[in-house]
Design a protein around this ligand. Structure first.
Ligand SMILES: NC(=O)c1ccc[n+]([C@@H]2O[C@H](COP(=O)([O-])OP(=O)(O)OC[C@H]3O[C@@H](n4cnc5c(N)ncnc54)[C@H](OP(=O)(O)O)[C@@H]3O)[C@@H](O)[C@H]2O)c1
Length: 327
């Protein structure tokens, strides 16, 4: 038996309960992993609240690092005793140990600690596919402007540093001056406090009226309309989250009126659909981290039993960078 965090019905943080669960043997294509640290992500909030519906009861969590204890038939890229980390479906990482599909689990380089591995997989692989695979027509070149909302958050701080390494001029938004300073210290070329400043006016000012080539928007409802106006003609609106609520339905005609814009609603899980794509993206992320181009900021740590407080703080915008649950 091991401890895990489960919800029996969707709702607020009070639904998160520690339970004892049995962990069996891995079947074909599966592994059993003992976690050393667990990553907290905003997607966990959507799953807990019911915005992303799941059958109940649900053991939450999509990111962790630990040691492989056993591998099932057909698993060749991992063996018992390997250090490993993952971002993966189905949820269940809020636990001391679990059995799960091996496909998205990657060997963790010795130079990367368990805590860093747990913090960076889901957020880092997301920054990877956003900056390298979610591109406007003609791609992105050094010097290009992109707008990245919530730049001081978990995904945001990784993306800010990686964008700098790619030579991009990332304009980062954040909800306080302190968060803006943090984003700027981590690679954002320009920062905007979108709680006190009009981010559209500032983007126009910073780009000399031209606008940006891509908007990476995980805030959703509150930023959608103005973000479209921040784009150059043929620019790309890359929507990838809904921290402020889902984007309401819109008429495609608006994209023509604003300059033949492109829109995608991207998710990591399309990008890590195969073992090969997962490993290729993870290798790129590991290289960025071990080379020092990207530093993983673990700004909050909570014990597994304090998971309710961790969710409250994430939703209340009190966190910066990555958050982990310790065991
Ligand atoms: N589609 C994908 O593949 C994918 C993968 C990973 C993450 N995501 C999304 O990317 C975003 C970032 O994820 P994360 O785990 O790194 O979280 P995070 O950025 O650390 O936390 C979310 C941030 O969103 C901002 N925010 C703006 N309006 C908000 C509101 N009404 N309520 C709460 N927060 C608000 C806050 O920053 P400020 O105070 O600075 O505004 C907050 O700190 C989330 O929306 C997540 O769902 C998507």
């Amino acid at each position: 038996m091991t401890r895990a965090v489960r919800i029996d019905q969707p709702g607020g943080p009070e639904q998160l309960r520690i339970v004892d669960v049995a962990v069996g043997e891995p079947g074909p294509g599966e592994i059993r992993i003992r976690h050393h640290a667990v990553g907290l992500n905003f997607i966990d909030v959507y799953q807990r609240s019911g915005l992303y519906p799941f059958p109940m009861p649900l053991q939450l969590g999509m990111e962790a690092a630990g040691v492989v204890e056993a591998v099932g038939e057909g698993v060749t890229h991992l063996k018992a005793g390997d250090r490993a980390a993952y971002a993966a479906n189905p949820p269940g990482s809020y636990s001391e140990a679990r059995v799960m599909p091996a496909k998205n689990v990657c060997r963790l380089p010795d130079a990367i600690s368990f805590e860093t591995g747990a913090a960076m997989m889901l957020k880092g692989l997301t920054a990877q596919y956003l900056l390298k695979k979610t591109l406007p027509v003609g791609g992105l070149q050094a010097g290009d402007f992109v707008l990245f909302h919530a730049a001081a958050g978990g995904v945001g701080l990784i993306a800010s540093q990686w964008a700098r390494a790619l030579g991009l001029q990332l304009i980062g938004t954040a909800g306080s001056d302190a968060k803006c300073a943090l984003a700027q210290a981590n690679g954002a070329a320009h920062v905007i406090n979108y709680n006190t400043e009009d981010f559209l006016a500032r983007v126009k000012e910073i780009t000399g009226g031209k606008g940006v080539k891509v908007v990476y928007d995980s805030v959703g409802k509150d930023t959608w309309d103005k973000s479209l106006d921040c784009l150059q003609p043929f620019g790309l609106m890359a929507s990838f989250g809904n921290a402020s609520g889902p984007v309401p339905p819109f008429a495609p005609g608006i994209l023509g009126a604003k300059g033949s814009l492109y829109v995608t609603r991207a998710t990591l899980f399309s990008h890590i659909a195969t073992r090969e794509s997962t490993q290729a993206m993870a290798d790129d992320l590991f290289a960025a981290v071990t080379s020092g181009q990207v530093k993983i900021h673990i700004d909050q740590r909570y014990r597994l039993e304090d998971v309710q407080q961790a969710h409250r703080d994430l939703e209340a915008r009190k966190t910066t960078g990555c958050t982990i649950l310790t065991l």
